[in-house]
Design a protein. Sequence first.
Length: 633
Amino acid sequence: MRFYSIPDESKFTVRNHVAASLLAALLLWQEPVKFVFPADDTGLAGLAIREAQQMATADSLGVHIGFEFIDRIEASGITFVHRAVADSGRDYRAVHYDHGNSVSVADVDSDGLLDLYFVNQIGSNELWRNLGGMRFENITVAAGVGLADRIGVAASFADVDNDGDPDLFVTSVRGGNALFENTGEGRFFERTIGSGLEYSGHSSGAVFIDFDLDGRLDLFVSNVGDYTTDDLGDGGYYVGLADAFEGHLDPQREEPSRLYRNAGNWRFEDVTAEAGLVDLGWNGDAALVDLDGNALPDLYVLNMQGDDHYMVNRGGGRFVDETFDHFAKTPYGAMGIASADFDNDGDQDVFITDMHSDMNAAQGPDEEHLKQRLRYMYQDGFRHLMGNAFYRQSGTGFVESSDEMGAENYWPWGLSAEDINADGWTDVFISSSMNYPFRYQTNAVRLNVAGQRFAPAEFILGIEPRRDGRVRQPWFELDCGAAADGLHEHCSGRTDRIRVLGTLGTRSSALVDLDADGDLDVVTAEFNSAPQLLVSDLAQRGQTNWLAVSLQGDAANRDGLGATVTVTAGDTTYTQVHDGKSGYLAQSSVPLYFGLGHAANVERVEVIWPGGRRQTLEGPIVGGRQLRIVEPS
């Protein structure tokens, strides 16, 4: 409780003293009592034990850990704070608003530094320009991309018009999605009206993909399903349905995801039915993949309550659902996806996070590595995993090996997959949490140990505990003596004013080199709170070998989305498919980052452009820099 000083009596008349006393009493009355929820937070209680256990393994992990992350958000100048709708706070309902929002990354003004776009629910989205030296300035108003009248969800950067700068697409809940043209120097012009993308519904993720290989980026928008009423809550959001999480059982509440073909000149055509992308479930997010390596971009569509859908591009504008031809089971409550060559064998593996399976039973910190053993509501139990999935691609297909890899964690949303320690193996940052009214849950870092397993390292690298040990913050306030709040469950037996505290938690993340020093930093999208800007000191601790590759398509789309890049350095070949996927609910426009381990130089870089055209650059190519590869005319 804050205390207020009373002025010296000798300098005041009795009347003034009484007035000052009354003012002090009034101020004290206005300061609400703090009310911690949940009071018994097993996540917080177990933090010290978990840290000690993980630190005890540091010397035996068999992977480079000689560096750390430090949260520099306060010094960065970034003042963005995500504000959640009341359905995730004072008027809590089990509804899809708590699935959160994204942070997306692109060099919007072509100055060579990566800028950040944060999506909000209540209030404006914000675009922060990178000034260098880990300092940022808010250019939202000048850029014209605030969308303060929308309940934002996801954002994707891509070069829609092939003019060399990143354009922007933003989704919202029943406020209409928005398309922006980058007109240069970080200024944007809205192109939504007349574009064919005016859809307004329960949209979520957005993926740019040139599925017909005509050189123009098309767009897949994942729609969840009808989970809201027509009643408006504070800030203009649509109040959630009481049975929101049973909506997938009602065909009338389905809301099909949509595929839009880019017809050029800022016009898009809905080709969902013709492409065969129908009946995909309640989709929160999706990703461009090329799991069969044929240079035709496919889609993996995540279903948050049921079967995922691996949609294989058969050419001619058609996709075929081949999910269970390749995957024996998919996670029941899939939320995030990363496709990468985790074992450096030349093909793409798949890591999928599962949030909703973890919501069917409470688990303590000592059980978070276990799959759920209970049947979730209304699922058949035969072709679903009740937890995260790690599909290793081998000569005989995909083998699910999440338990062997140590890929399980609790309450995960999305993941960002990059080489965090630049040792040549792709690691993951998993944004995890549930916030109010649940216990605290840590974010997870899993370092790749030579493609054989993932080693937990969030405490070792300084990701957890959070800066200053912050775990909770004020979530909302109640005046229990007032009619509007008196019936709230937290006001039972009370008539005073209380401030309810909720746990902090992350929804999305991006692993990108924000300070251009050759190592990867972490920026997070927090739910109902300020972001974290976790700066790596890997490059300052010793020699770091890396190569960044940016693509410029000619016959292919300008971004080269869908291309496969292989880098040969030393005795290892590293392979990445350029999908733009930077994290949950986000597609970013950033170079591909290759950690090179002990190799300072590169012998060869090969690009397979969308459609199959090959281009090879012979070395030696000096590492420690960004290499731009232009597709020959």
